[in-house]
Design a binder for this molecule. Structure first.
Ligand code: PEP
Ligand code: MN
Length: 341
């Protein structure tokens, strides 16, 4: 249940409501919002009786929440969440302008990584991506450069001036990765690694949460709820394709989830057409489609020499193709907006 407070309610009134929620055996969680003050009741296993709470001073109304997730839903937080990456650049993710995240699958040698970063920045990237720690299907595949890769990402931030997104694969490496990166990526294989989600929920840094390999929309949103429930509201959802019977592509990019997520949740959603299709010749068409469907941005594997990528070479596009996608987005921005909030 959501307790909506009067706009001019006092701190004492809000604290009183929180105390009563605690006395009822539940946990109160304040929901930040521009237009109203709200307190979410969590920890209940069934409907909460609103009769006492709704009479407390400062309370406007008590709204039952019908979904299994609360803090990620628009019922609780009606306005879009916009994530401000202004620490390094004036990038806002979740607003009208699409955000481009580009770079190699894995961080490679320092010289090559800086070269790619320089080129994608010049082509229109707002953030740089690259895994220092890689979750690989085969134990014999390249596992990433680890801490050495993090040092290279730090140089990308400092010398090229691009904020960086990189994956955190386990709870042990959270601190090291969080020290360097601007956005922590949770990979598809870790979407339901709840101890990792809890640890990231305790940070106050943006998290890009990839949809699991075969996760339903509810499972994905519940994973995001883990982060918000611990106070980290800077969550970016990322659709990256799911496993289906199709054998013509690595995954099936589920673009029909994009407008649905935008209706149900206030969180920004980006699409990863690279992992979604797995073949470089189809990345640009799907990138266009994702933006047309309402994605707030794209995360893509881009390289100065795609064929020599340390990982995911087949799906990695070259810089001219990336530049073409940025141009496509400029054309698409002339479309009537799908979501008016
Ligand atoms: C990646 O971004 O390189 C990656 C491993 O992605 P996913 O978790 O979506 O497979
Ligand atoms: Mn990859």
């Amino acid at each position: 249940m959501l307790v909506i407070m009067r706009k001019d309610s006092t701190t004492e009134e809000c604290e009183r409501v929180a105390d009563v929620i605690r006395q009822m055996g539940f946990t109160p969680l304040p929901v930040p919002g521009a237009d109203r003050t709200a307190i979410c009741v969590t920890g209940n296993h069934g409907p909460v009786d609103p009769s006492y709470l709704s009479q407390l001073p400062g309370v406007v109304e008590c709204i039952p929440v019908t979904k299994p997730y609360k803090l990620v839903s628009r019922e609780v937080h009606p306005e879009d969440t916009v994530i401000d990456l202004s620490g390094l650049s004036a990038v806002k993710l979740g607003g009208r302008d699409p955000v481009f995240i580009a770079g190699p699958c894995s961080v490679e040698t320092e010289a090559r990584t800086l070269e790619v970063a320089r080129q994608v920045k010049e082509a229109g990237a707002h953030l740089f991506r690259g895994g220092a720690y890689k979750p690989r299907t085969s134990p014999y595949a390249f596992q990433g450069l680890g801490d050495e890769g993090l040092l290279t990402l730090a140089r990308v931030r400092e010398e090229i001036g691009l904020p960086v997104v990189s994956e955190v694969v386990d709870t042990e490496s959270v601190t090291a990765v969080a020290e360097v990166v601007d956005v922590l990526q949770v990979g598809a294989r870790n979407m339901q690694n709840f101890s990792l989600l809890k640890k990231l929920g305790d940070l106050r840094k943006p998290v890009l949460l990839k949809r699991g390999l075969a996760a339903t929309l509810d499972e994905w949103l519940m994973a995001a709820e883990y982060l918000l429930a611990r106070g980290n509201h800077q969550v970016i959802l990322c659709e990256r394709g799911v496993r289906t019977f199709n054998n013509h592509s690595r995954n099936t990019l589920d673009l029909n989830v994009v407008p649905l997520v935008r209706r149900i949740s206030h969180l920004p959603v980006v699409v990863d057409p690279s992992h979604g299709v797995g073949k470089r010749d189809r990345v640009r068409p799907l990138a266009r489609a994702a933006l047309a469907a309402g994605a707030h941005g794209l995360i893509m594997e881009v390289h100065s020499h795609p064929e020599s990528s340390y990982s995911d070479a087949e799906q990695t596009i070259d810089v001219p193709t990336f530049r073409g996608i940025v141009r496509d987005a400029a054309v698409l921005s002339g479309l009537e907006p799908l979501f008016e909030r």
